[in-house]
Ligand binder design. Structure first.
Ligand SMILES: *Cc1c(COP(=O)(O)O)cnc(C)c1O
Length: 446
């Protein structure tokens, strides 16, 4: 079965005339897998419908936010009633307080948050706050961790340890990237060496709480704890980027997952909590809302109380905060085991199908987040993740798409499930896997 893509193709052609590569975020262009991106007309529950009328089970979920499924009635109701009362005021409103309270209630070390409009803005603001509060300028990040398209964070490691990063994007001045040190993920020795020589210059270490942007690479035992110990010993701050994991890895994000308040994996934060957190994706419910937060004494450095400037015309937008609040309220303790069960069934069936065809692969987990690397052996960092067979993934991806399942169009992404993924939608995914595994093995698309 191959779907007609006439209308998607026509829109893609038109889009390329007026928008670079026809898309407003690079991965959507299908560069990683080839072919024509599907232009989506509507979405409901677990399903996407494209402009040619084809239906797909959605395993992108807008890269995380649609954790309850698309157009969930509670969220839709909250959005329409908020919108009916006006779209944006530029003055304080109640929804902002309610959303901030919900976040503060869920993530114990976060005493205050400030709302922004994207994850990029959240990490950018957290870095400025960390630099303002410490009076230092160097930022440490890990290779393969994505924190949005902030200049200072678009740096990747060259080979070797603690190299000063070259900018990974044109248009990022060496002066911006030069204040960033990139280290390999899950390598505490490299971190300790860097701090031993330059600890007094370092404002903050930023890390994905459990990386999902190189595929899922959970912190090795002791790594999360080590980050806290080393930063605290040198007066540097620790920023935990939970834009992806927040309210997805558990009800209170990776923090809740690790502290065992969700019963899972105690110990990661036994040596103390991070100083600052960033959130986005799920907390916006599909609308532009994100946040950064932490201890009240740190947050007091922000304007207008303190000297660190930060602002936003649409920050705390009443419609976006209504969507976010309704979504978080739907993220009940009951949801997470259900997401994990769904993810476990899909990952198990995919792994069995790939094994059956002799396709090397590895499944890795962070709560209900998982991804499948098309290689053998543990993936502990970016270099491991890059050493996979992206061609096999591309064949697998297209066979799934042809069977009505929309995976992320890149081998380096999480497969996102939602609470709406059950019944016929789940059956569609499971039924598609054997032929996709065959396509991955054979080098031919079905
Ligand atoms: C998606 C993501 C961001 C960037 O968020 P945007 O809303 O796309 O700007 C930052 N950090 C992490 C961990 C992310 O997954």
């Amino acid at each position: 079965m191959t779907f007609s893509t006439t209308r998607s193709q026509a829109l893609f052609d038109r889009a390329r005339r007026v928008t670079p590569a026809g898309v407003n975020s690079p991965v959507r262009a299908f560069g990683g897998v080839g072919g024509t991106p599907r232009f989506i007309d509507r979405a409901d529950g677990a399903w996407l419908t494209d402009v040619d009328g084809n239906h797909y089970v959605d395993l992108i979920c807008s890269w995380g936010p649609m954790i309850l499924g698309h157009a969930h009635p509670d969220v839709l109701g909250a959005v329409t009633s908020a919108a009916a009362k006006g779209f944006s005021f530029g003055t304080p409103s109640e929804n902002e307080v309610a959303l901030a309270s919900e976040i503060v209630d869920r993530v114990e070390p976060v005493e205050q948050v400030r709302l922004v409009s994207s994850g990029t803005e959240a990490t950018m603001s957290a870095l400025r706050l960390a630099r303002g509060a410490t009076g230092r300028s160097v930022i440490v990040k890990f290779a393969g961790c994505y924190h949005g398209h902030v200049d200072a964070l678009l740096a990747q490691a060259g080979s070797g340890v603690a190299t000063f990063a070259l900018p990974d994007s044109a248009g990022v001045p060496a002066s911006a990237a030069g204040e960033t040190v990139v280290l390999p993920y899950n390598d505490l020795d490299a971190l300790e060496d860097l701090f031993a020589s330059r600890g007094e210059e370092i404002a903050a270490v930023i890390t994905e709480a459990a990386p999902g942007n190189m595929g899922v690479v959970p912190p090795a035992p002791g790594f999360t704890e080590g980050l806290r110990r080393v930063t605290a010993a040198h007066g540097a701050l620790l920023i935990s980027d939970e834009v992806m994991t927040g309210f997805r890895a558990s009800r209170s994000g990776w923090y809740g997952h690790e502290t065992g308040s969700e019963g899972a994996h105690p110990g990661g934060y036994a040596g103390g909590a991070p100083d600052l957190f960033t959130f986005g994706k799920v907390m916006g419910g599909g609308f532009p809302a994100a946040a950064f937060g932490g201890r009240a004494d740190l947050m007091a450095h922000l304007a207008p109380e303190g000297p660190v400037y930060q602002a936003g015309t649409l920050s705390g937008n009443p419609v976006a905060t209504a969507a976010g609040l309704a979504t978080l309220r739907g993220c009940t303790p009951e949801l997470y085991p259900r997401l994990e069960a769904t993810a476990t069934r899909i990952a198990g069936a995919a792994s069995a199908a790939l094994s059956e065809e002799g396709v090397p692969h590895r499944v890795q987990w962070a709560g209900s987040m998982f991804s499948i690397f098309f290689r053998d052996g543990e993936v502990r960092g970016f270099a491991d993740a890059q050493a996979q067979d992206t061609g096999a993934y591309g064949r697998f991806f297209h066979a799934m798409l042809d069977a009505g399942v929309h995976l992320p169009p890149s081998a380096f992404e999480v497969w996102f499930v939602s609470g709406a993924l059950e019944g016929a939608a789940l059956d569609t995914v499971l039924a598609a896997l054997p032929a996709a595994a065959k396509a991955a093995a054979s080098g031919r698309t079905t």
